[in-house]
Design a binder for this molecule. Structure first.
Ligand code: HEM
Length: 271
């Protein structure tokens, strides 16, 4: 098993396996977040029920620890590979020559994108995890937590709505999501290329599938940011989750226009 850490191909296998698991987490997380929109639109409480289910219980905690482990391994191996590639080839990092123009920017900036994503995750955990699972955990362990904080710890819709009332968070999240999109679309390409896998039939197919998955995941996250920003513009600041659905008529066209603009931009970038 030492080949997983000592050989270059072993490290790439670890990157691919942890990367795939993280993409699956993102797909689940983004799909789950869409329920926060449908809840607000239809006045139901599925999202908060899921948040409650994923609260401070042993299976959710094991999943969180497992996820943190995957993230740490993925980041540590990314740094090791980056240093190893740089030492071996300087700026020329791929086994196969002939890089396409459209992947050059992302390929040169994988580390920068990775750093933006890690900083974003830190901010995100402070915004959500620290106000939800951590609060429940502290309460479970007998730490004194404020009554309001405990009451809101499973109210994901309210915390999302309050977070995206701030245009600063909206911009920061959209930048973070853009970095995530570049990272996800380029990650698969980069891993396959570094291993010298340059099959003319399957390479474009894999690239196309990774583009579709990355775009879907990022659009689902972005839809939540834009929806709640628009909902905050249409509703008073003190508006709580029960009233959110009354704003939907006003919000829907704004969201539709914005999503269309994002899709158009992504389509131009993908071409
Ligand atoms: C609009 C975008 C997003 C929203 C509204 C959102 C919402 C949330 C919420 C409500 C939680 C707390 C769940 C709980 O503790 O019960 C959470 C946790 C988390 N989110 Fe996000 N999220 C978004 C995007 C992302 C992205 C892009 C990533 C990764 C790149 C991410 C990674 C995480 C992680 C690692 C956790 C902690 C996992 C856990 O609690 O087990 N999130 N998010």
């Amino acid at each position: 098993m030492t080949w997983l850490s000592s050989s270059s191909i072993g490290r790439k296998v670890v990157m691919s396996v942890t990367g795939t698991a993280l993409v699956l987490f993102l797909l689940f997380h983004a799909t789950m977040n869409i329920f926060s929109i449908t809840d607000a639109m239809f006045g139901v409480e599925y999202y908060n029920a899921i948040c409650k289910f994923l609260g401070a219980n042993w299976y959710a905690l094991i999943a969180t620890v497992g996820l943190a482990f995957l993230v740490v391994v993925h980041i540590v191996y990314a740094f090791i590979l980056e240093v190893q590639n740089y030492r071996a080839r300087g700026r020329e990092r791929y086994a196969i020559e002939g890089k396409q123009k459209d992947v050059e920017w992302a390929s040169k900036n994988m580390l920068v994108l990775g750093v933006i994503i890690v900083l974003g995750i830190g901010l995100h955990l402070c915004n959500f995890w620290a106000k939800m699972q951590l609060v429940e955990l502290q309460h479970m362990l007998g730490v004194d937590v404020c009554h309001n904080a405990l009451e809101n710890a499973t109210n994901g819709v309210l915390i999302i709505k309050n977070t995206f009332a701030s245009p600063i968070y909206v911009v920061l999240y959209l930048v973070w999501l853009a970095a995530l999109w570049f990272h996800l679309t380029h990650g698969v390409w980069s891993a396959l290329h570094t291993m010298g896998w340059n099959n003319n039939t399957w390479m474009p197919r894999v690239k196309c599938i990774s583009n579709i998955v990355a775009t879907l995941v990022v659009l689902m996250f972005a839809a939540v940011v834009v929806f709640y920003f628009a909902a905050n513009l249409c509703c008073p600041a003190e508006c709580c989750t029960e009233h959110a659905h009354t704003c939907v008529e006003a919000v829907a066209p704004v969201v539709a226009d914005t999503v269309q603009a994002v899709i158009d931009t992504v389509a131009v970038v993908v071409e």
